[in-house]
Design a protein around this ligand. Structure first.
Ligand code: GLN
Length: 264
């Protein structure tokens, strides 16, 4: 068994440590004897290569790097990526990358940059003087079917823990939020929505990185990738996540959210 993980623009979009998501997926596969190939999807990569991956990871970036990426992600590459996500290729897109999956991103300085328009949402930076949304982020995953699938896996509601650091504010239209904010700003600091969910694509403002802090999301993505590739059901061997669980407990305690403790 083997999966290919496509990593979007690793050098341009790695400002916030989201490569931890790639490492987490890779290790959790390898510990179970699943082979992993990591495919860097860069400006030099041909569009065809984008179509050959089973799971896609995109990280955060500063506005300038994000703009370079958004200008490259046009034409055939944009088409291929859109089609893949439309057809249910799983993916996790953090912060800067979801902004490029929406209709547009308006940076603090400079003009609006067009996105892929795959997710019905827009992102706007309110200006250089506006406060950034920085801090620990906790949200309950509510989008379906991921919420019910995770609940089945965990035996309880899935609570995601992360760290956000963004200037842009995202406003959703006809796309489900990934979750409901319990602590932090989430998409815009106003409406309590956290991220977005489309087919099998997870869009989030949660760094941390997200997957090592919430290993059940990594397993959900791996399962989806395997099911899609091999067209059969998979049961993943359980792994020892005691360190991650201890870290989650410590964070919930620090945030005075011990009432959520049963759900870690
Ligand atoms: N350019 C984005 C913002 O500041 C993305 C930041 C990030 O990826 N952490 O809103």
């Amino acid at each position: 068994m083997k999966i290919a993980i496509g990593w979007l623009y690793p050098t341009l979009m790695s400002t916030y440590g989201d490569r931890g998501n790639v490492i987490c997926l890779q290790r959790r596969c390898q510990w179970r004897g699943i082979e992993v190939e990591i495919v860097s999807l860069t400006r030099e990569t041909e569009a065809q290569k984008f179509s050959q991956v089973d799971l896609i990871v995109g990280g955060g970036a500063q506005d300038r790097q994000q703009e370079i990426v958004m200008r490259d992600l046009r034409g055939e590459k944009a088409q291929v990526l859109k089609e893949k996500l439309d057809r249910g290729t799983p993916g996790v897109f953090t912060c800067g990358s979801p902004q490029l999956l929406g209709h547009y991103y308006e940076p603090a300085l400079g003009k609006r940059i067009e996105g892929l328009g795959l997710l019905d949402m827009v992102s706007q930076h309110p200006g250089i003087d506006a406060q950034r949304c920085i801090g620990n982020l906790v949200f309950e995953i509510t989008a379906n079917p991921i919420a019910s699938e995770l609940e089945q896996m965990l035996g309880e509601k899935a609570i995601a823990i992360g760290f956000e650091n963004h200037g842009g504010r995202t406003y959703l239209s006809d796309v489900q939020p990934l979750g409901r904010v319990i602590k932090g700003y989430g998409n815009n600091g106003e409406d309590k929505t956290a991220g977005a969910f489309y087919q099998n694509a997870i869009a989030t403002y949660a760094h941390g990185p997200l997957l090592p802090k919430n290993p059940f999301i990594a397993d959900w993505l791996i399962k989806k990738a395997l099911q899609k590739k091999y067209e059969q059901e998979f049961i993943l061997t359980p792994l020892d996540d005691s360190l991650a669980v201890a870290a989650r407990k410590a964070m919930l305690q620090r945030l005075e959210l011990s009432n959520l403790m049963a759900t870690v």
